[in-house]
Design a protein around this ligand. Structure first.
Ligand code: MG
Length: 292
């Protein structure tokens, strides 16, 4: 590949404190979560998904969302955001003082039903309402499309459907769309073609990719998406993560490995390699689910 064809800088969107930790069965002490986020900030991460404002009955691990957000060291220029499953989550996030939230839905009917108990159309309507309300508070909305590269229940997902959902989310006001490979089903061909197709349907929203681990293929997938013109990459320090409603779901792309890959290629991430490696080790020390 030609250096002139590639960007000089990329952005890493760190999801470890939320996507990485949310499925841990043992409650991780609030102080440890805060320490983890502060380490990520110190390593140079500029966009961090710190928690989720979801009912504690569904995700007890995130019951300390408000406290985590209020107590982390907030560095100027760093965006701290949180996942919200619905309008109620948005209200809690606004009340806690967040300026940016993240929505989630699947392109697969079956996975969406299992994950958030809504049809795809119901989710789209909910996210439209979330965007309307968020806009009145000056809160920005980023939106995940899970199972963008295949569904563990339905198998193949038509990329045109993913692109249509992306275009709908953009029309509601989501400023960024992130294509989630929820169970590590992407391969370098789809990791090239699907983001390229989705991006061709977007007018102004930026597009990110969110790959889950599959024996190292996630790095090849991130690289293929880079070649397709993507410059925003989701990762979790330590490769943490998984999904309780997606059988076989593995962790996210390990941020520290992705950062090292890009930096060795001469592409700047703005993140300190040694410090992000420390974050990865720290994340793994919190985690019993990850299988690295
Ligand atoms: Mg993930």
């Amino acid at each position: 590949m030609n250096a002139e064809d590639l960007p000089k800088n990329v952005t890493i969107f760190e999801v470890g404190p939320r996507d990485g930790l949310q499925n841990e069965s043992e409650f991780i002490p609030t102080d440890k979560k805060i320490e983890f986020i502060n380490k990520l900030t110190d390593a140079g991460c500029r966009r961090i998904e710190v928690t989720s404002f979801v009912h504690p009955k569904w995700v007890p691990q995130m019951k300390d969302a408000k406290e985590v957000f209020s107590r982390i060291n907030k560095k100027e220029g760093v965006v701290y955001n949180a996942l919200i499953p619905n309008i109620r989550g948005l209200e809690l996030a606004i009340d806690a003082g967040l300026k940016e939230v993240v929505t989630i839905m699947s392109s697969s009917e079956s996975h969406n039903k299992k994950n958030i108990n809504m049809s795809v159309d119901e989710s789209l309507r909910e996210i439209e309402e979330i965007n309307k309300k968020a806009a009145t508070f000056g809160v920005k909305v980023r939106s995940y499309i899970a199972t963008s590269f295949g569904c563990p229940i339905e198998g193949y997902i038509d990329p045109e459907k993913v692109a249509d959902i992306g275009a709908a989310l953009e029309s509601y006001g989501s400023y960024e769309i992130s294509l989630g490979d929820t169970t590590g089903m992407a391969n370098p061909m789809s990791a090239y073609s699907i983001p390229k197709l989705v991006r061709s349907k977007l007018k102004k929203s930026s597009l990110a990719v969110h790959y889950h681990r599959f024996n190292g293929m996630e790095l090849a997938n991130n690289l293929a998406s880079l070649q397709a013109g993507i410059t925003i990459f989701d990762g979790a320090a330590g490769g943490l993560g998984g999904c309780p409603y997606a059988p076989g779901a593995t962790g996210n792309t390990a941020t520290e490995i992705m950062v090292e890959m890009f930096e060795r290629m001469g592409i700047s991430t703005g993140i300190d390699i040694e410090k992000i490696k420390d974050c990865g080790s720290f994340a793994k020390s919190l985690c019993t689910l990850c299988h690295i």
